[in-house]
Design a protein around this ligand. Structure first.
Ligand SMILES: Nc1nc2c(ncn2[C@@H]2O[C@H](COP(=O)(O)OP(=O)(O)O)[C@@H](O)[C@H]2O)c(=O)[nH]1
Ligand SMILES: [Mg+2]
Length: 458
C-alpha cells in the first residue's frame, strides 16, 4: 500500500503574496517531479533514502573525527628518513589494544637490582600485547648493579616469545644525596628535596622516550610486589586522561598485616588549601606527616576490600607507583613540576597541574596493587629484639627441660610417706581419749558475781 502525499503551498499574507505563490508553486512542481521519478514511489522510499544518506554522512564524520584523518601525504620516492605521523591517530582509546595503540612504559630505577627479578616476573605476565609496549628505563645514582641486572633481564626477555617492542635505557645521575633505605627516604626533612629531584628524573625520562606513535604513557615503580597482569587494560578501559590504582603494602602480623602505602593520591580539601596559604612559596606539602595536617580524603583510606573495583574517585594529587596517562597530557605541556607548584612537586603536582589544564584525573579506591614491605629502622630494631627474645625463650625452655629431668632423678617423692607419718603423729598427740581429765571451771568467770551484785546480795 502506498501513501499519498499532498503538499500545500506556503501562504503568505504580506506584500510578497504573488512572489511567494510563484515560489511555492515552483517548489510544488519540483517536488512533484521528484516524487514522479519512478524511484521515489512512496514516502517509505524517501525515508529509506534519507536514512542511507545520514548513515553515510555519520560514517564519514566518525572516520574523520574519531578514527583519525584518512589523509596521508604521498611520500613515494622520498628519502626513508622522512616520516609522517598524523597525531590525530594517537589519542588513546579505551580499548587501545584492539587498535594497535602503543604504550610507552617508563620505569625510573635507583639501587633496584634486588627488585628486578620480581619486576620482570610481572612484566612477562602482562596481558597487553607485548609488541605494543615500548620500555624506557632511567637508571640514576645507583650503588648496586642495577644496570647490569637490567641488561641481563632484558636480554633474557627479548630473546623469548614474550619480547616487548622497543627498549631504551638512559643513564643519568642527579647527585641524589638521600639514601635509598626506607627510613632515609621517608624521613620528613628528605621529602621536599627528594620529590623535586625525582620530578627532574621523570621529566628527563619521558621527554626523551616519548615518540609520536605512543598513545599512552605508563609509569611504574620497580618495587611492586603484587599487581594484576591486566593492569594496563584495567586502567585504560576507564577512558580517563590520568588514572591510578590504590596502593597498599603487606605488613608482618605484629604490625597489623596490611597498611595503605601511597598517600600521595588525594582530593584537595579546605584544610589543605588553608595550609598551603600559610607556607613559603618553595614549600612542598607531603602527606602522612604530622607536620602537615591537610584533612584531605586519601584514595588509600577509602578502600573497601569488597568494593567494586570499577568505582572511580576524582583526584587532585596522585602517587607515582603506577600511573596510566594519555600521551596527549604530556604533549599538551603537563609534566612533573620539579619546583613547588601550588605547594606540591613531582607526581602530586603532575595531578594538580594536569587537572588545572582540564584533564581528567581519577583514582580507583577498590582496585589495589601491593607495594613491597620494607622494614623501617624502628621495625628493624623491633625485629632484632623479637629475634633475641625468641632465642631467649628457646633457651629458657631448654633449661627448664634440663631442670625437670634433674629434679625427677635427684629427688624422691616423699609426699605419700609423709601423709602416713603425719596421721601417726597426729594420732599420738590426741590424748583426749586416753586420759579423762576433769577441769573445774567454777570461779573462772565473774559473771555469777555480777549477777549477785545486781540482785543486791552483797
Ligand atoms: N632514576 C631514578 N630513579 C629513582 C630515584 N629514586 C628512586 N627511584 C626509582 O623510582 C621508583 C620509586 O622509588 P621509591 O624509592 O621506591 O619510592 P617510594 O616507594 O615512594 O619510597 C623505584 O623504581 C626506584 O628505583 C632516583 O633518584 N632516580
Ligand atoms: Mg617504592
Amino acid at each position: 500500500m502506498s501513501l499519498s502525499m499532498g503538499v500545500k503551498p506556503y501562504e503568505y499574507d504580506d506584500g510578497f503574496e504573488d512572489r511567494s505563490k510563484m515560489k511555492s508553486s515552483d517548489f510544488n512542481r519540483s517536488l512533484q517531479s521528484i516524487l514522479n521519478y519512478p524511484y521515489f514511489k512512496s514516502l517509505r522510499d524517501i525515508i529509506i533514502s534519507l536514512l542511507i544518506f545520514i548513515l553515510i554522512l555519520v560514517t564519514i564524520l566518525l572516520r574523520l573525527f574519531i578514527f583519525g584523518s584518512s589523509y596521508s601525504p604521498n611520500l613515494k620516492g622520498i628519502d626513508d628518513t622522512v616520516q609522517f605521523f598524523d597525531l590525530a591517530n594517537y589519542n588513546g582509546k579505551p580499548n587501545g589494544w584492539q587498535y594497535e595503540e602503543r604504550v610507552l612504559f617508563c620505569v625510573p630505577l635507583r639501587d633496584a637490582a634486588a627488585h628486578l627479578p620480581m619486576f620482570f616476573d610481572h612484566m612477562k605476565k602482562l596481558t597487553y600485547p607485548h609488541h605494543l609496549i615500548d620500555l624506557a628505563f632511567l637508571v640514576s645514582d645507583s650503588k648496586d648493579d642495577t644496570m647490569g641486572a637490567l641488561l641481563r633481564h632484558l636480554n633474557q626477555v627479548q630473546e623469548s616469545p614474550l619480547q616487548f617492542g622497543q627498549i631504551e635505557i638512559f643513564e643519568k645521575d642527579f647527585g641524589q644525596a638521600i639514601g635509598q633505605g626506607f627510613s632515609d627516604r621517608h624521613g620528613f626533612a628528605a621529602q621536599g628535596p627528594r620529590r623535586k629531584l625525582m620530578a627532574r628524573a621523570r621529566n628527563w625520562l619521558w621527554s626523551v622516550a616519548l615518540k609520536p606513535h605512543h598513545s599512552y604513557v605508563y609509569w611504574r615503580d620497580a618495587d611492586v610486589e603484587t599487581i594484576p597482569p591486566t593492569i594496563l587494560e584495567d586502567l585504560m578501559h576507564h577512558d580517563k586522561d590520568i588514572i591510578v590504582p590504590n596502593v597498599w603494602r603487606p605488613l608482618p602480623d605484629w604490625l597489623g598485616n596490611q597498611q595503605p602505602y601511597d598517600l600521595n593520591s588525594w582530593q584537595e580539601s579546605d584544610g589543605g588549601l588553608q595550609l598551603a596559604d600559610t607556607l613559603d612559596e618553595d614549600a612542598c606539602i607531603v602527606e602522612g606527616y604530622v607536620e602537615y595536617q591537610t584533612w584531605r580524603p586519601h584514595l588509600a583510606y577509602l578502600r573497601d576490600p569488597y568494593g567494586d573495583p570499577e568505582v572511580e574517585m576524582e583526584l587532585d594529587g596522585i602517587g607515582g607507583v603506577s600511573i596510566l596517562s594519555k600521551a596527549k597530557v604530556f604533549r599538551s605541556g603537563s609534566n612533573f613540576p620539579a619546583f613547588s607548584f601550588e605547594k606540591h612537586a613531582e607526581t602530586e603536582a603532575f595531578g594538580k597541574l594536569s587537572k588545572r589544564m582540564g584533564f581528567s584525573v581519577v583514582g580507583l579506591p577498590h582496585y589495589v596493587i601491593w607495594h613491597i614491605y620494607e622494614p623501617s629502622q624502628d621495625d628493624l630494631k623491633h625485629m632484632e629484639w623479637m629475634a633475641l627474645e625468641e632465642i631467649r625463650q628457646q633457651e629458657e625452655i631448654k633449661i627448664k627441660n634440663k631442670y625437670d629431668k634433674v629434679w625427677d632423678k635427684a629427688y624422691v617423692d616423699v609426699q605419700g610417706d609423709w601423709q602416713k607419718e603425719k596421721a601417726k603423729v597426729l594420732k599420738n598427740t590426741d590424748m583426749s581419749k586416753v586420759r579423762k581429765i576433769q577441769v573445774d571451771w567454777s570461779g573462772s568467770d565473774d559473771w555469777h558475781l555480777d549477777k549477785n551484785v545486781k540482785a543486791g546480795k552483797n
